[in-house]
Design a protein around this ligand. Structure first.
Ligand code: ZN
Length: 357
């Protein structure tokens, strides 16, 4: 049995050079801990990326494949007030380090935030991508509004599933796991209500004529929720750990196919959106939206980058003392959401074994 006493940030098997940790890393961490045969796989050799990227899936111009297996630690950031995925306690190698090996589960954890860096930014993918805040949001979200479909997160998931498969087949297991880490990121995004739906119908109609205001409200509530979830993880909240472990255990035992479960999973996430959205509006209202006053609709920056810069102020509103008791509601609904996410990751990670034989 694996040691399930840890909560990621206190796991001695993971150096502080990789911290501070973010939500996607916690989600992946607990999901892999539940799968014994994944945790006991032998180390793989770190290698350079295989040349698999198809023309149909352009990569953002600023993206660089960093190798976290080789690092130079030079600071200790405060996890509770760290919001930028790029800022960590160490600098990482730009080249694949020679003669290094790493456990597959660690690869899954430490590369699960990679899709939120630059691979999906600064691209022209679709004429409607502005609705999702740019090309990044386009690849990480998927919802319907006004009879149209916006975003391609499920395609992002499938593309990376294929990349992982091709890397394993070509004998590059290291990159097989790295692509699977990215694949798991998009799968987790699809279970996040704010990635599966943008805005409650009534609000869309009310603000149809002031799209910039609407965009700001939607971004504030979405980011407010992300900040809340991440803070809970960093505090070591037991209910989130349990939800993910239970979900992943159930997923791996189910012998189900992740692709055929996808639509029901997204639909379920969609249904939880209004409840959370209304909670944020009722509970925090203008205080939260004002935390995002720095956002500039004409900025050249991706919306995700801009909202991240407001996270600190949003955290101060959400975790203000008088608000703390009301968070019970969010805790319960989020544990349900994380159970479903854990379950899908359990199915995904378990499904990799037939492929590796
Ligand atoms: Zn994402």
């Amino acid at each position: 049995m694996q040691n399930l006493d840890y909560y990621l940030h206190d796991d001695p098997r993971l150096p502080l050079a990789w911290a501070p940790w973010f939500s996607h890393e916690y989600i992946t961490y607990f999901s892999v801990q539940a799968i014994n045969r994944l945790m006991t796989l032998p180390q793989v050799q770190v290698k350079a990326a295989p040349n698999l990227n198809s023309k149909n899936w352009p990569i953002g111009p600023k993206h660089i494949d960093l190798y976290k297996e080789s690092y130079r630690e030079y600071r200790r950031l405060d996890p509770l007030w760290s919001f930028d995925y790029e800022q960590r306690n160490a600098e990482y190698s730009l080249e694949p380090p020679a003669h290094k090996t790493i456990e597959p589960w660690k690869v899954l954890v430490i590369y699960s935030t990679e899709p939120d860096l630059h691979p999906d930014c600064d691209l022209y993918l679709h004429k409607n991508q502005k609705i999702t805040g740019g090309s990044h949001g386009w690849r990480h979200m998927q919802f319907r509004a006004l009879g149209m479909k916006f975003g391609i997160a499920s395609e992002s998931f499938h593309v990376h599933m294929n990349l992982a498969r091709m890397a394993f087949e070509s004998g590059n297991d290291y990159w097989g796991w790295r692509y699977l880490a990215r694949c798991a990121h998009y799968l987790a995004d699809l279970g996040n209500p704010f990635h599966a739906k943008a805005v409650p119908g009534w609000l869309l109609i009310k603000k149809l004529l002031s799209p910039q205001k609407l965009f700001k409200i939607v971004s504030s509530v979405h980011q407010g929720y992300e900040v809340y979830v991440e803070r809970r993880f960093r505090e070591g909240f037991p209910a989130f750990k349990k939800a993910l472990l239970d979900g992943a255990r159930e997923g791996q035992a189910a012998c189900r196919d992740v692709t055929s479960e996808l639509n029901a999973y997204i639909r379920k996430a969609t249904k939880q959106h209004n409840l959370i959205f209304h909670f944020f509006l009722d509970q925090f209202g203008h205080d939260l939206i004002d935390a995002f006053n720095q956002m500039d609709p004409n900025s050249h920056l991706d919306a995700a980058t801009q909202t991240n810069m407001c996270s600190k102020d949003a955290a101060k509103v959400v975790f203000r003392d008088p608000n703390l008791r009301a968070l019970d509601f969010l805790d319960r609904i989020t544990a349900e959401i994380l159970f479903d996410v854990g379950q899908m990751l359990g199915i995904l990670f378990d499904g990799i074994f037939p492929l590796k034989k």
